[in-house]
Design a protein around this ligand. Sequence first.
Ligand code: FAD
Length: 432
Amino acid sequence: MRIAIIGSGISGIVSALKLHELHEITVFEANDYLGGHTHTVDVSFADRDYAIDTGFIVFNDRTYPNFQKLLDEHEVAYQPSPMSFSVKNDRNGWEYCGSNLNGLFAQRRNIFNTKFLGMIRDILRFNKQATGALRESEQTVGDYLKNNRFGHSFGESYLLAMGAAIWSCPQDQFAEFPIRFIAKFFENHGLLSITNRPQWYVISGGSREYVKKFTAPFSDRIHLNSPVERVRRVVEGIEVVICGDDVRTFDHVIFACHSDQALRMLEEPSVVESEVLSCFPYEKNSAVLHIDESLLPKKRSAWAAWNYHIRNDQPRASTVTYNMNILQNINSRRTFCVTLNEDDLIDPDKVLGQYNYAHPLFTLERESAQNRHRELINHDGISYCGAYWGNGFHEDGVNSALAVTQVLNSSEHESGATCTAASMKAGSAIVE
Ligand SMILES: Cc1cc2nc3c(=O)[nH]c(=O)nc-3n(C[C@H](O)[C@H](O)[C@H](O)COP(=O)(O)OP(=O)(O)OC[C@H]3O[C@@H](n4cnc5c(N)ncnc54)[C@H](O)[C@@H]3O)c2cc1C
């Protein structure tokens, strides 16, 4: 089949990787680089070069089995990355880092602070509850906090802070996430105990190294700077309009971009497409690469890999700073940081780059929409993949692409020749 893949993030790359041997694929990417959220940037400082990740950074050995398998198959090198989390709360002046006692009590006065100690008690209570009946709860995070009389400090400076940082969304939006999903996610990621934590990794030399290796076999099939403007079903197949004037027809199209972007491109979406894809709203994130250490906690002992900032002025966004020296094990006099959604606080003279990303948000309807992924695999000649079909992370992008490509490849094997969209049924989302 002639297949167009729109988007070259992890979902588009894995789709192309799995399809290029059996099909005539063409990848269209709007940006001038491959990778989407996998975006490594070159920085030179004091005669040294650094490759710094500004979007996708880390994965682990527990919840990324298919991504890790692909890395190993393609001999991509990766290295351990210390994972830690800190909070700087301007509203109550607290700073702490959860990885050890020194960081937890970075401000020694907190040893005698009953509110701070109450937060720690609440953390222990939550960790116990999250492994139990909470898994069946229909409540949102916000309702769960209220109904179980958790202290304000636990919500603001721990659970909501951590969730907002992980999903790059405002705290009040995270409060609307289903608590059963959060309980499961926290357990899977070893966030409910000090032991039993997964090992986190970064790609050696920056995340783009895996992109280079994965795309090498089909690099001649990729078109950068090629934003698709419109997609429409026609009698001959699926018509794709690129940059306004270049019109091409394919047997199949895979939208490997965000759900809202796909809906904007698609002319006359079916009822199922409109219904399901609109259940995945996205939140915009501004990411700034810089060397302004004032974005980190004042106390160095509270510095962590992920540093969440609670501001007095309540911006409606997730405000987190990744310490890239810790995460990517960079040895430099400068501290390279990537800060989300606090452009206004960063000294302009210390900015190295600014990038725009968007992260999918969880809503209560989202889970049932995700269960309908099969309906949108070869849906009248069009399939959909992207991290939004799962938790919003790299493994989810991989799994959604594998679900699509298994169906397209098995149909090709069965027919032994070109198969039409109508001859295929959406298949199972079982991953390899
Ligand atoms: C700041 C940040 C940090 C993150 N860190 C991590 C992390 O450490 N670990 C992790 O697992 N996840 C992380 N994530 C989540 C990340 O979003 C997912 O892991 C994953 O990279 C998303 O992949 P995707 O293929 O769904 O989308 P994307 O990577 O966004 O790819 C979509 C692609 O479609 C292209 N596109 C859109 N419209 C068009 C068009 N009209 N024509 C052609 N191309 C188009 C885009 O340019 C883009 O390249 C992070 C996200 C953000 C924002």
